[in-house]
Write a protein that binds this ligand. Structure first.
Ligand code: DQA
Length: 145
């Protein structure tokens, strides 16, 4: 199973940005954690981060025919981006939405997720482990099909 893991704006600042919300682990730590878990269960992962909405749209479109699943933490674009929703609807690749924090328990403006309706699962509030859960979920889906 080949998974594309996409991270939106300021997730490269993990460890520095609001540690009381996102924890002390860095983006590098997150990548190492994901890679170790993927290796353990025999999944192939490619992890990317960008601060630019259009780049995320390009990566989602380019994933068509190349990846079996997408794990997407759109960060702030979760709450604003119809463009990301449309890209996901266009490619029809099984996608899991991940958030390190639980946006439903934060400010009201974070309670809307535009991408959610194009995702087969949302995992939020589980810290970095949410990414590992998302990998397991997508690998489990593969066995069902
Ligand atoms: C986030 C939650 C978003 O509301 C926020 O804008 C982020 C990170 C999370 O992983 O908890 O940048 O997606």
């Amino acid at each position: 199973m080949k998974l594309l893991i996409l991270n939106g704006p300021s997730l490269n600042m993990l460890g520095v940005r609001e540690p009381e919300i996102y924890g002390n682990n860095t983006y590098f730590d997150l990548c190492k954690l994901i890679e170790a878990h993927a290796a353990e269960i025999g999944a192939e992962v490619e992890i990317r981060q960008t601060n630019h909405e259009g780049v995320l749209v390009d990566w989602i479109q380019e994933a068509r025919g190349c990846f079996d699943g997408i794990i997407l933490n759109p960060a702030a674009y979760t709450h604003t981006s119809v463009a990301l929703l449309d890209a996901l609807l266009a490619v029809q690749i099984p996608t899991v939405e991940v958030h390190i924090s639980d946006p439903m328990r934060r400010e009201a403006f974070r309670r809307i997720s535009y991408v959610r309706e194009a995702c087969i699962e949302t995992i939020a509030g589980k810290g970095l482990n949410g990414y590992l859960e998302a990998i397991d979920f997508l690998c489990g889906q593969e066995k069902i099909q």
